[in-house]
Design a protein around this ligand. Structure first.
Ligand code: ITT
Length: 192
C-alpha cells in the first residue's frame, strides 16, 4: 500500500483528507513520523508555502509527502486575507478573532463574494506536483454553525443556504476547495 505523509499541523485538514482519500492510500501524519516542529510558511503565495511545508518534511524525513496551503479570498478586500488567512488578526490560527476582523472589514458592505482556495504540493522522489481546488461563495453577516474550522461559520458556498460550519463533514467534503484538490492528487497518484 502506498504511504503518504500529510505535512500539516492542522488536525481539521487531516480529518478532511482522511475522509476524502480512499483506503488504498495509507495517510500518515507528522506524529507518525516523529516530526514535532511547527512547519514554516514564509512565502507569499499558496504555492510557495505549500512547497515549503512539503519540502521540509521530504528533505528531513525522507518520505513522500504533500502539504496544503489555503485561504479565503474576499473580492471586496482585493483578495485579502488570502495567503495570510491563518493570521489575519495577528495571532496564527485564532479563528474567532480572524472572523471578527473579517466581519468588521465588510461591515455595511453588500458586496460579499469570496472563495476558498487550496494549493497542494506533492513531493516525491520523482519530483514536485501541484493540485489546486477552489469553491465560490459569499460571506455571511454573522457566524453560523459550529462544525468545521477557520472561517467556516462565515462562508456559504454558491447554491447553498447553509455555511460550511452548518454542514456535516461529508457535505463539506462534497464541495470544498480542499476535497477538490485532494481528488485531483488522488487521480494523479492512481495513474502513476
Ligand atoms: P498548516 O499550515 O500546518 O497546514 P494552517 O492552519 O496554518 O495549517 P494554512 O497556513 O494553509 O494552514 O492556513 C489556512 C487558513 O485558511 C486556516 O487557518 C483557515 O483560517 C483558513 N482556511 C483554509 N481552509 C479552510 C476551510 O476549509 N475552512 C475554513 N477556513 C479555512
Amino acid at each position: 500500500m502506498m504511504e503518504l505523509v500529510f505535512a500539516t499541523n492542522n488536525k481539521h485538514k487531516l480529518q478532511e483528507a482522511s475522509q476524502v482519500l480512499p483506503e488504498d492510500l495509507l495517510l500518515l501524519n507528522l506524529d507518525d513520523i516523529g516530526c514535532e516542529e511547527e512547519l514554516a510558511e514564509t512565502a507569499d503565495t499558496f504555492q510557495g508555502n505549500a512547497l515549503m511545508k512539503a519540502e521540509y518534511v521530504f528533505k528531513n524525513y525522507e518520505v513522500a509527502c504533500f502539504a496544503d496551503d489555503s485561504g479565503l479570498e474576499v473580492d471586496a478586500l482585493n483578495g485579502a486575507p488570502g495567503v495570510y488567512s491563518a493570521r489575519y488578526a495577528g495571532e496564527h490560527g485564532n479563528a474567532e478573532k480572524n472572523m471578527d476582523k473579517l466581519l468588521e472589514a465588510l461591515k455595511g458592505s453588500a458586496h460579499r463574494k469570496a472563495r476558498f482556495k487550496t494549493v497542494i504540493a506533492l513531493v516525491q522522489p520523482q519530483g514536485v506536483h501541484y493540485f489546486e481546488g477552489s469553491v465560490e461563495g459569499h460571506i455571511l453577516e454573522e457566524k453560523r454553525g459550529d462544525r468545521g474550522f477557520g472561517y467556516d461559520p462565515l462562508f456559504v458556498p454558491e447554491g447553498e443556504t447553509r455555511s460550511f460550519a452548518e454542514m456535516s463533514p461529508s457535505e463539506k467534503n462534497s464541495m470544498s476547495h480542499r476535497a477538490r484538490a485532494l481528488a485531483k492528487m488522488h487521480e494523479f497518484l492512481s495513474q502513476q
